[in-house]
Write a protein that binds this ligand. Structure first.
Ligand code: HPA
Length: 283
């Protein structure tokens, strides 16, 4: 390969991924089957892990550091429903100042560890008029409105193809399973399209209106870059969102980070049941 400035950066990237993977592997007694990413206010899912081994992000070579309240910055390896999971408590957001290669670095490392299934969670603002605060919404598609694309630049074929098929960004079998599992357990599960915006401002009433007109049901500041990179690497993705506030052109109720955290916390038991059901199912 001819060394250009952009593919040199990529060689460094592969090297960085390998260093992080080697370090994490040296700390783990087994191979994780699932990666679970915790969204704002959804940290309590950590309590479901048994035999936990905790690795602070600051110990992992090349991992970015965390700055947001409600995100603590550690990987937790252990068992949920007898399955090995690696949980990411604290994710990296574009609005914090990371570039998209940093935001999605953990997805690269997860694939390097041999993980094929990713479960993401987030808090989002609902713009679908049928949504209520506290709803559990399984994300079935997304609209990427972030200003930088995580796959921009040199593509390394070792990681995935240049042009990525996004016809099923969220795994249909996992979606179907969770909807059915919700029915059997008396948990109402909605489905929807998530729009990823850069934040850190919450949307204005007119912007919530735009999100709806463009075809989304909810909006947030995370998830989309991670889902793109997971798809680049042919990983299976599941995402569940908690509706923590409602927005629209006629809604002028102020939203705060504290309210987002509190609404997510209240929805936690539902999310725990659904995620545990999915992990246990083997789907
Ligand atoms: N907008 C963007 N991000 C969010 C929201 C919202 O309304 N709620 C929780 N995260």
């Amino acid at each position: 390969m001819i060394m250009t400035a952009s593919n040199k950066i990529y060689w460094i990237m592969l090297e960085k991924i390998k260093e992080a993977v080697d370090f994490i592997q040296s700390k783990l007694p087994g191979k994780p089957e699932f990666a679970v990413v915790l969204g704002s206010g959804l940290g309590k899912l950590q309590d479901e892990i048994s035999d936990a081994i905790v690795i602070g992000y600051e110990q992992i070579p090349n991992f970015p550091k965390v700055t947001v309240k409600g995100h603590s910055g550690k990987l937790i390896f252990g068992k949920i429903e007898g399955k090995n999971v690696l949980m990411m408590a604290g994710r990296f957001h574009y609005y914090e100042g990371y570039d998209m290669k940093e935001v999605t670095f953990p997805m690269r490392v997860f694939k390097g560890l041999g993980i094929e299934k990713v479960i993401l969670s987030n808090a989002s603002g609902g713009v679908n008029p049928s949504y209520r605060i506290g709803d559990a919404v399984v994300i079935r598609d997304h609209i990427n409105m972030m200003p930088e694309h995580p796959l921009r630049g040199h593509n390394d074929d070792e990681l995935g193809p240049r042009f990525v098929n996004m016809s099923h960004p969220y795994d249909p079998d996992m979606i179907d399973f969770v909807i059915e599992f919700g029915k059997q357990n008396g948990i109402e599960v909605k489905t929807g399209v998530y729009m990823g915006l850069q934040g850190p401002t919450f949307e204005t009433p007119a912007e919530y209106g735009m999100v709806r007109i463009l075809g989304a049901d909810c909006v947030g500041m995370s998830t989309v870059p991670e889902v793109i990179v997971a798809n680049h690497q042919s990983m299976r993705v599941f995402c569940i969102s908690v509706i923590t506030d409602l927005g629209g052109p006629e809604i002028q109720i102020p939203v705060s980070h504290e309210e987002v955290l509190s609404a997510a916390d209240k929805a936690m038991p539902k999310i725990v049941t659904l995620v545990k059901g999915l992990i246990a199912s083997g789907v």
